[in-house]
Design a protein around this ligand. Structure first.
Ligand SMILES: Nc1ncnc2c1ncn2[C@@H]1O[C@H](COP(=O)(O)OP(=O)(O)OP(=O)(O)O)[C@@H](O)[C@H]1O
Length: 253
């Protein structure tokens, strides 16, 4: 399928991330797999993007390359104004710690720490003091103000995932990468989490890039990208679940 030209965010919007002719090839010889095959895409700061596509289409690889977790084979990745290829491993580790946030399906909280201690951990590790006003705004936006002194085992799954989101946001990263963030939550709790992620974008200006298999989750995003065989084959603005399901049935046909 021909790759459409992806409309860039409008000229007034600041870009937070961009890929140019991005290619990622795993292995060599007979076992070689082209996971990303010339991806050109730009992400506006303060926007919420869902990445969707069939299994093996390259969603995780795209997220890992954007986040500087995976070395790219060719092309460019620019995140928060930094050319990732130009950074050595040490610079990349520091860059990720300070400028990128991650939220996974499993919440990955430290069980012996309270919610507040978990949220503040990235700052503690970086030897930085929290901005109290931002901390209060963040926990308020995520509905965690009353739960700060509880340990993860004393919190519901949805609350634990909100603590994980707050921990990812406390350093005010350029982008949060969320990999199936509602995957371990029941549907009602998952919907509530998506509402909170939406608030983080609308109230705090956070940029979020989320990989999901769930069309209803993608409908919370400003934009849904559809991947197939390592290429972006659709780019839907203000997607509804029906739009996304229709796009997925076209590529899976
Ligand atoms: N470390 C690796 N070594 C070799 N091949 C890999 C590796 N990681 C991914 N691949 C291959 O790259 C392609 C894209 O994989 P990727 O995990 O990005 O797809 P995905 O869309 O995230 O899939 P899923 O929805 O199943 O998680 C697949 O063919 C996969 O087998």
């Amino acid at each position: 399928m021909a790759q459409p030209v992806v409309p860039p965010p409008t000229a007034q919007q600041e870009l937070v991330a961009q890929t140019i002719d991005l290619r990622k090839v795993y292995g060599s010889g007979k076992t070689q797999v082209t996971a990303l095959d010339g991806v050109n895409v730009s992400f506006a700061r303060g926007s919420f993007t869902a990445i969707m596509g069939p299994s093996g289409s390259g969603k995780s690889t795209l997220m890992h390359c954007l986040a500087g977790l995976d070395k790219i084979t060719a092309g460019r990745v620019v995140l928060g104004g930094k050319e990732l290829n130009a950074l050595n491993d040490k610079q990349l580790t520091l860059f990720r710690r300070e400028r990128v946030g991650f939220v996974f399906q499993s919440f990955n909280l430290l069980p012996t720490l309270t919610a507040k201690q978990n949220i503040l951990l990235p700052l503690e590790l970086a030897g930085k003091k929290p901005d109290q006003a931002f901390f209060s705004q963040l926990v308020d936006s995520l509905g965690l103000t009353e739960r700060l002194n509880h340990r993860p085992s004393e919190l519901s799954g949805g609350q634990q995932q909100r603590v994980a989101v707050a921990r990812a946001m406390i350093t005010r990263p350029d982008v949060i990468f969320a990999d199936e963030p509602t995957g371990a939550l029941d549907s009602k709790t998952g919907t509530a989490l998506l509402d909170y992620l939406r608030r983080c974008v609308d109230e705090l200006g956070q940029s979020i890039i989320m990989v999901t298999h769930d069309a209803k989750a993608a409908a919370y995003a400003d934009r849904a990208l559809i991947l197939l065989d390592g290429q972006i084959v659709d780019d839907i603005a203000r997607p509804t679940a029906d739009d996304v399901n229709a796009a997925l049935s076209r590529v899976e046909a």
